[in-house]
Each structure stands twice: as structure tokens, then as C-alpha cells.
Design a protein around this ligand. Structure first.
Ligand code: GLY
Length: 398
């Protein structure tokens, strides 16, 4: 991939409170190598230290931004994070906060989170809580974090709950909204991302394509563009960079309109970004699954979302909200992304539907799902017929 002179910038416009909190997502090959200069530009000269919260895998792949940060005059406190859902915990958060306190990180300093969604969530939350909130710069290194998790200020850790023996992980149960000063996206790092994880990120791009027209006229062509380009993005860096730009632009518009996911409007709001997720969160934690060819699998978040998108399309069809074309397009996109559209070993459908009620998107005990209503369109559906949800899960049985 050639190195462009300047990163392409997408503005995330937020309502001003005491100051303008809007920020850029800067997308450019080589951005990670000059991380220090970009962080300095975003936080100014007063910051002396960076708490570098970094995914252990990123360093193992030879990406080490410590030198670049030091060259821009920062003292660097390196706090490595193991990027698993189990490690996205209150214990890890506490150890990061202790590390920052022991290194005397001050209010004017900055957290720099370099890694995938787990690292960004932990880094963002640590920054949001430490001394009642310090600056954070998000530097996502997985496709999923680039197009979704790193943009929009959601941060959280998981919480184990339930009685002994019946424990489960309540995902993203404890967190705050804490917007970054800048999001720095270097598509070059995707060359060391395992292909399976690239596919997982593409699932969020498919999700965005499925809601583009509902988000606004500027994104109405995202579905068509994605259908034409998704497969090429896996092999062509320029197409991948454009895919990232379009998806960040959509995410930026959703966040600008409904930063705290409070819109009750059934046709819009940040909740639309949960398309596929209410099904996906159930699938993601299931042991004992295998691919249609029999290979055992523990699903990645993005893979579970991809399956959740198919389940949502089948559910919408069962409710008479869409025709068969919607499902055919989802299948076409999952295939282009190299994502599974079916799995084996799913438990009883009634247990799967019951597990949906644990999802934090349930309000007052009622399940709320986002379902497609047409090409690029989706809306919130409260208390859908359980038989239609069951049809959705059954549509995933390989
Ligand atoms: N990933 C969903 C959101 O940011 O709202």
C-alpha cells in the first residue's frame, strides 16, 4: 500500500457543551509510524505523559509506537493488555488504573489505546474514570475496531453475573461514554491481521450497509457500493481504505445524531447499530459449536454478528417485514466476506430465545431487536413474536 501524504479525515461532530468535543478520525497508511506527532497535534503541548494501553498482539507483530511517542516529547508508560473477553474485566481495569496512578499520570496527560476492541474499550474506560476523566486517543488495529468500536466513545468492561455454576458474562455491563480526542487509523496494520479477524470486521461493514439508507441519504448507496466492493477489499488496500472511510463516515453520522443512544425514534438512532447484535451476543458465548464442515469453533464477535445479521433477516421475513431478496443479499455479502452463514451444535431454540432477554438492549424485560425493513433500511422492533425469533435462530442451523 502506498503512503499518502496526508490522512483522509472524517469529522465526528458532537453537540458542544462547555467546549467543542468534535473530533477527527484520520485514516492513512503509515499513521501508526508517526503516532507521536498525531497525538501531540490532538492533545497539545501541555501533556507530558502517555499511558500506552497496548494489545500484546500488536507488539508481537512488530508495531511499537513507543519510539514515535518519545520522539514527540512524551514520557511513555507501557501498559500491555491481553485482548480476550475474559480480560475485559473490572480486574484488568483496576490494574490499568493502578499502573497509571503509580506512574503519576496527571489530569493533563493522555491515554493512547492501541489495539482491537477489547483494548480500546479498556483504554477508553480507564481514561474516562481516571481522575474523573483524562484525554484518550484511540488507535484501532483491527478492522472491527476501525469501522465501529473505536469511533463514538462507547467504553465498557464485562461483568460475570449469575449464581455459582450458572454464571455468564454480561457483556459491556459497566462503562461510560468517553469520546476520544482523535481516532488514528492505519490500514497498513491490517496486513498482519489474521484473515479470520478481517472477516469479523467485514461483518460490521455489512451491518452498516444494511442500515445506510435509514441513517441518511448520504449513505443510501452504501449497500450497493459494499455489494460491488466487499470481496475486493480483502485483497486491495485502496478499496479497503475506502471501505473504512465510508464506514467511519456512517458511524460518525449516527453518533453525531444520537451520541448516548437515547433516541426513542423507532426509525433511527444509535440503536440501529445493534442490528445483528442481539442474536450475535447469544451465539458468541456458546461452547460446542462447529462450522458446517465439522471444524469446532468458538465464534469471534464479528462472526457472531454476521450470523446475527442472517438471523435478523430471517426473523424479518417471518414477520412479513421483508421479502426473500433481503436474505439473499445478506447471504451474498457473508459469502463475499468469507463469513459463515450457518453453524452446527446450536442448543434448543427455546434456550436461545430465552438467552436474548439477558441482552442489555432488553428494556423492562421486553426484548428489542433491530430488524431489516428493506434494502439498507432497518428499525427497532419491541417484543417481536418469539416464533419469529425462533425462526431466525433456526435459520442458522447448518
Ligand atoms: N458499536 C455500537 C455503537 O457504537 O453504538
Amino acid at each position: 500500500m502506498r503512503q499518502p501524504a496526508e490522512p483522509v479525515r472524517v469529522r465526528v461532530r458532537l453537540p458542544a457543551s462547555s467546549h467543542d468535543r468534535s473530533y477527527d478520525a484520520a485514516i492513512g497508511a503509515g499513521v501508526l509510524e508517526s503516532l507521536g506527532a498525531h497525538v501531540r497535534e490532538a492533545v497539545g503541548l501541555a501533556a507530558r505523559r502517555t499511558a500506552l494501553i497496548i494489545d500484546t498482539g500488536v507488539r508481537a507483530h512488530g508495531h511499537d509506537p513507543t519510539g514515535s511517542l518519545r520522539a514527540s516529547g512524551f514520557e511513555v508508560i507501557v501498559l500491555p493488555v491481553t485482548p480476550t473477553e475474559r480480560d475485559k474485566s473490572i480486574d484488568t481495569l483496576a490494574s490499568l488504573l493502578r499502573g497509571m496512578a503509580q506512574a503519576m499520570v496527571e489530569r493533563g496527560d493522555v491515554v493512547v489505546a492501541v489495539g482491537g476492541g477489547v483494548t480500546g474499550d479498556l483504554g477508553g474506560l480507564a481514561a474516562g474514570l481516571y481522575r474523573r476523566g483524562i484525554a484518550v486517543v484511540q488507535c484501532p488495529t483491527t478492522l472491527l475496531a476501525m469501522v465501529d468500536a473505536a469511533v463514538g466513545g462507547k467504553t465498557a468492561v464485562n461483568l460475570p453475573v449469575g449464581p455459582p455454576g450458572g454464571e455468564y458474562l454480561l457483556k459491556n455491563a459497566v462503562g461510560v461514554f468517553h469520546q476520544p480526542r482523535v481516532v488514528l487509523i492505519d490500514p497498513n496494520v491490517l496486513s498482519t491481521l489474521p484473515p479470520r479477524h478481517v472477516g469479523a470486521g467485514l461483518a460490521e461493514c455489512i451491518k452498516h450497509a444494511m442500515i445506510g439508507a435509514s441513517v441518511g441519504p448520504g449513505h443510501a448507496d452504501l449497500l450497493g457500493w459494499t455489494r460491488a466492493n466487499l470481496a475486493a477489499a480483502r485483497r486491495d488496500g485502496h478499496v479497503m481504505a475506502e471501505l473504512i472511510r465510508r464506514n467511519v463516515a456512517l458511524k460518525a453520522e449516527v453518533v453525531a445524531r444520537d451520541e448516548h443512544e437515547q433516541a426513542d425514534d423507532e426509525t433511527g438512532g444509535r440503536a440501529l447499530l445493534n442490528l445483528g447484535h442481539t442474536f450475535g451476543h447469544v451465539l458468541e458465548v456458546l461452547p460446542g459449536l462447529s462450522m458446517p464442515d465439522g471444524r469446532p469453533v468458538m465464534l469471534l464477535h464479528g462472526e457472531a454478528v454476521g450470523l446475527g445479521l442472517r438471523a435478523a433477516a430471517v426473523t424479518a421475513q417471518a414477520l412479513g417485514m421483508t421479502g426473500a431478496t433481503g436474505l439473499a443479499i445478506v447471504d451474498e455479502l457473508l459469502e463475499a466476506a468469507g463469513l459463515p452463514s450457518q453453524v452446527r451444535g446450536l442448543p434448543d431454540t427455546s434456550a436461545l430465545v430465552a438467552a436474548m432477554a439477558h441482552d442489555k438492549k432488553a428494556r423492562g424485560g421486553a426484548i428489542r431487536v433491530i430488524l431489516p425493513t428493506g434494502p439498507g433500511q432497518a428499525r427497532v422492533v419491541a417484543s417481536p413474536d418469539p416464533a419469529a425469533l425462533a425462526a431466525g435462530f433456526d435459520g442458522l442451523r447448518g
